[in-house]
Design a protein around this ligand. Structure first.
Ligand SMILES: Nc1ncnc2c1ncn2[C@@H]1O[C@H](COP(=O)(O)OP(=O)(O)OP(=O)(O)O)[C@@H](O)[C@H]1O
Ligand SMILES: [Mg+2]
Length: 260
C-alpha cells in the first residue's frame, strides 16, 4: 500500500509546494518510488518548481473527462513521477471532490504519494484532506502562519487524520520568531522538520529545480533530506557508521579471499 501524505498549511505562501517537491525528490533519492500530485488547482505551482513545461494532460483533465489518472503522469529527471495541475492563465478550476477515488486507483503503484495541497480550508483543501491518509503541517515561525495552520490541523484531527508532525519553514532564528517549543506546545505535536530561510531555495525556484538537486549542500536541502529520512524511518549515517561500513566491507573482502 502506498503512503498518501498531504502537505497542508492553512496560510498561503509558507512553503507547502517547496516542501512537497523537495520531499518527493529526497524520498526518490532514498530509492523509494514516489508520485507527487498537485491538488492546488486554483494556484498550482508544482510544474513551475520542477521546470515541467509540456504536460498535455493534468489533474484538471482527470477530474473532467480523462479516465485514468496515470494518463496525466510524467517522469521528472530526478525519477519522481508527477501528476501536475494546469498552471496556464485560463481558468481551469474544476471540482476535485472525486480526488480520493482517483488517488485510490494509484494505491500500491508507489511507496509514497505526496500531495501538494491548496491553502485555506475551502472545498479543494477539504477534498485533499479526504484523499490523504497522513498529514504534514507546514508553518512559518510566526503567529498568523501558526494560527492558520492550527485551523488546518483541527480540520484533519476532526476526521481522526494521522498527523506525522509539523514542518517549520523559513526559520531565521531571530528574536521575533516563535520558538520550536512554543509551536510544539501550541499544537501538542512534534516538529519533524526545521527548514531555514535560505536564499538557495529562491535561486533553485528561479532555476526551476528543487533545492535538493540544485544546491544539495545548502542548509535547506539538508533539512529536506533530513525530513525525508525521518518520514522513511531512515537514519543519517554518522562518521562512525561510515567507518564501520568501510571496515566490514574490507573484512568481507578478506574473508572472501581466504575462502577462495
Ligand atoms: N526555506 C525557504 N527559504 C527561503 N525562501 C523560501 C523557503 N521556502 C519557500 N520559500 C519562498 O517562499 C515562496 C512560497 O513558497 P511555496 O510556493 O512553497 O509556498 P506555498 O505554501 O506552496 O504557497 P501557496 O499557498 O501559494 O501554494 C517561494 O516562492 C519561495 O521563494
Ligand atoms: Mg503552493
Amino acid at each position: 500500500m502506498s503512503r498518501v501524505i498531504g502537505v497542508f498549511s492553512g496560510k498561503g505562501g509558507v512553503g507547502k509546494t517547496t516542501t512537497a517537491v523537495n520531499l518527493g525528490v529526497a524520498l526518490t533519492k532514498l530509492g523509494k518510488s514516489v508520485i507527487l500530485i498537485d491538488s492546488n488547482v486554483n494556484t498550482p505551482n508544482v510544474s513551475l518548481h520542477l521546470g515541467m513545461n509540456f504536460t498535455p494532460f493534468t489533474i484538471q483533465d482527470i477530474m473532467e473527462n480523462v479516465p485514468y489518472i496515470s494518463q496525466a503522469m510524467y517522469i521528472h529527471e530526478s525519477g519522481l513521477r508527477v501528476i501536475p495541475a494546469d498552471f496556464s492563465l485560463k481558468d481551469r478550476h474544476v471540482d476535485i471532490s472525486e480526488l480520493k477515488n482517483h488517488v485510490h486507483k494509484l494505491a500500491g503503484d508507489a511507496d509514497y504519494i505526496i500531495m501538494d495541497c491548496a491553502p485555506g480550508l475551502g472545498t479543494d483543501a477539504r477534498a485533499a484532506i479526504e484523499a490523504c491518509s497522513e498529514y504534514l503541517i507546514v508553518t512559518n515561525p510566526e503567529l498568523p502562519a501558526v494560527a492558520d495552520a492550527y485551523k488546518a490541523y483541527k480540520a484533519i484531527k476532526i476526521i481522526n487524520g494521522k498527523v506525522l508532525g509539523l514542518v517549520v519553514n523559513k526559520v531565521n532564528n531571530d528574536n521575533y520568531e516563535l520558538q520550536s517549543g512554543e509551536i510544539e506546545d501550541f499544537f501538542n505535536e512534534k516538529i519533524i522538520g526545521i527548514v531555514p530561510e535560505d536564499r538557495n531555495v529562491r535561486a533553485s525556484i528561479q532555476n526551476r529545480m528543487p533545492v535538493v538537486m540544485h544546491k544539495p549542500n545548502s542548509k535547506a536541502a539538508k533539512a529536506y533530506r533530513k525530513l525525508a529520512m525521518h518520514i522513511e524511518g531512515a537514519k543519517e549515517k554518522t562518521f562512525s557508521d561510515i567507518l564501520l561500513d568501510f571496515l566490514s566491507f574490507d573484512r568481507k573482502k578478506m574473508n572472501k579471499g581466504t575462502a577462495l
